[in-house]
Unconditional design. Structure first.
Ligand code: UDH
Ligand code: NGS
Length: 366
């Protein structure tokens, strides 16, 4: 019937329109979500970049001004190179955080004895981080001071072995940027401790920009690693409670054994006297110099400042100096002409050995 076919056509027409509408809706929704997913992917990619940038900055502890995309291998190579650079003493150190005032590596009281066998090979093996010439600096923080350790020396090889055996681990735990200089008096003339110390100061500075100097006898070993071998606002006396003096000072002005001075403090007193030949008095002269320039002596406590001396006989050519009392009575008059400003010597050899730098010098004779 004609009326029925018109109704059927109408129904078909409406159904088709609905299908087309649904298709359009479906396509619109698909396009909407597709475009949104593109946005998200872009944002994700950006986040990944800034995250990578942060990781780079933290792991190397460097501040990078702009992010440059690197492959993982390039990044690893860069970190490796940086670590190697940190280990090279004498070269500028990359930006690191400062080491703390008190090293967290310290252990306190130490057992010190001199009846155990020690060899240079074993000491070297035990201290793999010590570089040729006896140089070390921490790799994970920037040391607070650059310390040259100066040892006056002649024919005390057995004592030096013990010194290196005990001191290298201690100095590393103290997180110091340090170098060990053994100043060996050439020949068999009368010994001159203070002049050798002046030579050590001068020669160490030729090698590195040290700001602190520790002057140590070869036979003195600290019994506590909290006795830090560094400089303080006043000149420091470190060997304050020696076993041979019953763990106390022999007298209040005693400044012998181990002491430290900043470059500034040392220069203020024109360094040390050059004319104390033989044993005794040069440490008292140094004390007089410091006092005359208005400085006082800083010291660790008796407990922290405990140290042991390796027992020995008097050395040949280091007899008590008969002129010492007269000289220390005139320090104020002589100190401006006799000191670092009048130092003269001849370097015989400089050897960068595994655990120390040995500088052999001709210091002349009285
Ligand atoms: N030193 C040497 N070789 C010498 C003389 C002195 O290396 O021939 C150095 C060494 O670093 C020594 C420092 O200079 O630690 C001071 O010298 P010293 O140890 O002779 O002085 P100290 O006051 O002893 O410690 C003095 C002699 C004590 C004799 C005791 C006898 N029982
Ligand atoms: C003093 C000496 C110092 C010496 C100190 C400790 O008498 O040089 O003894 O000596 N002063 C004079 O002689 C003027 S020690 O017991 O360590 O041999 O450092």
């Amino acid at each position: 019937m004609p009326g029925d076919s018109a109704v059927n056509f109408n129904l078909l027409h409406r159904t088709c329109k609905l299908v087309v509408l649904l298709c359009f809706l479906h396509i619109s929704v698909t396009v909407f979500f597709y475009v949104r997913s593109l946005d998200l992917r872009f944002a994700f990619a950006q986040n990944q970049q800034s995250l990578h940038h942060n990781v780079t900055a933290t792991s190397s502890q460097l501040t990078t001004s702009a992010f440059t995309s690197r492959t993982k291998l390039e990044e690893e190579q860069r970190v490796r190179e940086q670590e190697q650079e940190q280990l090279r003493p004498g070269e500028p150190q990359k930006e690191l955080d400062k080491c703390p005032e008190t090293s967290p590596l310290l252990v306190g009281p130490l057992r010190i004895e001199f009846n155990i066998p020690v060899s240079l090979q074993q000491i070297k093996k035990d201290n793999p981080q010590v570089q040729p010439g006896g140089r070390f600096r921490p790799t994970d923080c920037k040391a607070l001071q650059k310390v040259a350790i100066i040892i006056p020396f002649r024919k005390r090889d057995e004592h030096l072995k013990y010194w290196l055996y005990y001191l290298h681990p201690i100095l590393q735990r103290q997180q110091l940027d340090y170098g060990v200089y053994v100043i060996n008096q050439d020949g068999d003339e009368i010994f001159n401790r203070a002049k050798l110390l002046n030579v050590g100061y001068t020669e160490a500075l030729k090698e590195y920009d040290y700001d602190c100097f520790v002057f140590s006898d070869v036979d003195l070993i600290p019994m506590d690693d909290r006795n830090t071998y560094r400089c303080f606002s006043q000149p420091r006396h470190l060997s304050v409670s020696m076993d041979k003096f019953g763990f106390r000072l022999p007298y209040n002005q005693y400044f012998g054994g181990v002491s430290s001075m900043s470059k500034e403090q040392y220069l203020k007193i024109n360094g040390f006297p050059n004319n104390y030949w033989g044993w005794g008095g040069e440490d008292d002269d140094i004390y007089n110099r410091l006092a005359s320039r208005g400085m006082s002596i800083s010291r660790p406590s008796g407990e922290v400042g405990k140290c042991r001396m390796i027992r020995h006989d008097r050395d040949k050519q280091n007899e008590p100096n008969p002129q010492r009392f007269d000289r220390i009575a005139h320090t104020r008059d002589t100190m401006n002409k006799d000191g670092i400003n009048s130092l003269s010597y001849t370097v015989v050899s400089v050897d960068k050995l595994d655990l120390f730098t040995e500088i052999t010098v001709d210091v002349g004779k009285p």
